[in-house]
Design a protein. Structure first.
Length: 201
């Protein structure tokens, strides 16, 4: 009986883990647009310092997304399909970088990209906190991030854990995400504000 119980545990754990990977693949395949609020907490490598920010997130495949931070200060990170723009309202400064150089194996690529298995190795993780988890490991040797873990509740991502190469960790908690909603094209078009300094990378 003990052996049968252990076998059943391994079997059903394997099924649950496979579902987490399948959930991510299905999300990338089926969710063409999406929007949600978010709260982000960044923890220092020693675990003693944290920074919290919040805002809204929108995406439209392929490779268009908009992170609009409102707290503690206004900042916009926007991908228009060709470039990624970062705009700091306080400094009135914008910088841009080609999408192919900026996106790659990043958390944004997991949510808004189209061919995640080219950039990431996907691994199922044990369920915890009531969520099904999948870990994405970047295939590129020079990736900025060591790993990204996405927690799903049903078919929607609700938490994203990011670990970078410097030991810093970031937790992104998403509000209820609206999937396949109409989003105007100009939501992903960056217009340089009057008088802003622009840095091209």
């Amino acid at each position: 009986m003990k052996w049968i119980g252990l076998y059943a545990l391994i079997l059903f754990t394997g099924i649950a883990r496979a579902d987490a990977v399948d959930a991510l693949k299905a999300f990338v395949r089926d969710a063409q647009t999406g929007q949600a609020s978010f709260t982000q907490t960044v923890t220092s490598p020693d675990g003693k310092r944290t920074k919290t920010s919040s805002g809204s997130f929108e995406f439209a495949r392929p490779n268009r997304f908009r992170f609009a931070y409102t707290k503690p200060f206004d900042q916009l990170i926007l991908a228009d399909g060709q470039k990624v723009w970062i705009y700091d309202a306080d400094l009135n400064q914008a910088s841009s970088r080609q999408l192919t150089q900026a996106l790659g194996a990043t958390p944004a690529a997991l949510l808004a990209g189209g061919a995640i298995e080219q950039d990431f190795e996907l691994r199922a993780m044990p369920d915890h906190d009531g969520l099904a988890w999948v870990e994405a490991l970047p295939r590129a040797q020079d990736a900025v991030f060591q790993s990204v873990r996405v927690g799903f509740r049903g078919s929607k991502p609700v938490e994203i854990e990011i670990s970078d190469g410097f030991g810093q960790k970031s937790l992104l908690r998403l509000g209820e995400m609206a999937i396949n909603v109409p989003l105007p094209a100009d939501r992903f078009r960056f217009v340089v504000p009057a008088g802003a300094d622009v840095i091209e990378q």
